[in-house]
Design a binder for this molecule. Sequence first.
Ligand code: COA
Length: 326
Amino acid sequence: MIRASIISTGSYVPDTVITNNDLERIVDTSDDWIVERTGIRERRIVDSSQATSDLACEAARNALKKAHLRPKDIDLIIVATCTPDMAFPSTACIVQDKLGARHAAAFDINAACSGFVYGLHLVSSLIRSEAHKRILLVGAEVLSRVTDWQDRTTCVLFGDGAGAVIVEGTREKRGIISTHIHSDGSLGDLIMLPGGGSRFSCSMETILKKLHFIKMKGNETFKVAVRTLEELATRTMEENNLDPSQLSLLIPHQANIRIIQATARRLNLTEDKVFVNIEKYGNTSAASIPIALDEAIRAGRVIAGEYILLEAFGGGLTWASALVKW
Ligand code: COA
């Protein structure tokens, strides 16, 4: 039996740091409020020359280098993003060109913050069916360009970044064991970016109404996130006949420290079994899990032969998990 195995990871965040104190000078907020309600202390944002594909390429090059692979060794590129460079060509095609990955097909997927884990679901099937041999999956976002910097209820939350993984088949008893994806479109209005698509195409009116910025009902989103992620994590373990105590690390989407702690409590996981970097980057949407995975590996917290659980929640609404035996 062939399983999909993550053979390399890479990540990139832009150099510019925006601290909570910086935000205090822009909107009516405080470092104490942000830290207490979200766990975020600072976030990274792009400079004026950078777009999502630039971040994606940095993360991808990093992953390729660690795997001693060349761009032409990749046969498929998938970029998970809700902030593409433009509507089309896809960010994945732009990445393919910039990397020089001339043997790769390329396309984007959008499941908002769950995009990377949705991507793992897809990649796992494509590798197991032997449709592709070696896939580059990137989660990359430039949320700072769709953030209303005058709206304190959202601007404190988001940041920019990218994370990448390279996935191949293995016949060993490890790799991506199971993936679980879910959606509820009836709750789409809880977090959305309405402007710029075919419903509200760019116009003076959409700009004046600020429809090109993220709109979020934070408190309602929070409650659904806690409920669905607790259920999802528990069910993922049950369906694999595993007890949560057999997990060596939970790598959750970094949206809010209180959401992360609620899932950890439900699984009875101690702090050392939960990877958290939200204080440095905020919510980087589809980039958050691959950045966290890359950092966790570099910190020696992902151990060969052990189980890790990845789980995400985002606009759509969407939520997803992946159980991996490293
Ligand atoms: N600084 C200071 N006060 C703020 C603030 C800020 N940045 N943002 C909101 N407030 C105020 C609100 O105006 C409200 O004031 P009021 O009581 O006078 O009306 C008060 O703080 C409480 O607001 P509320 O929205 O109930 O806070 P909360 O505890 O739910 O925390 C979030 C807000 C956004 C941090 C939290 O709801 C959250 O993280 N939601 C999930 C968001 C998310 O993860 N989205 C992405 C999904 S992938």
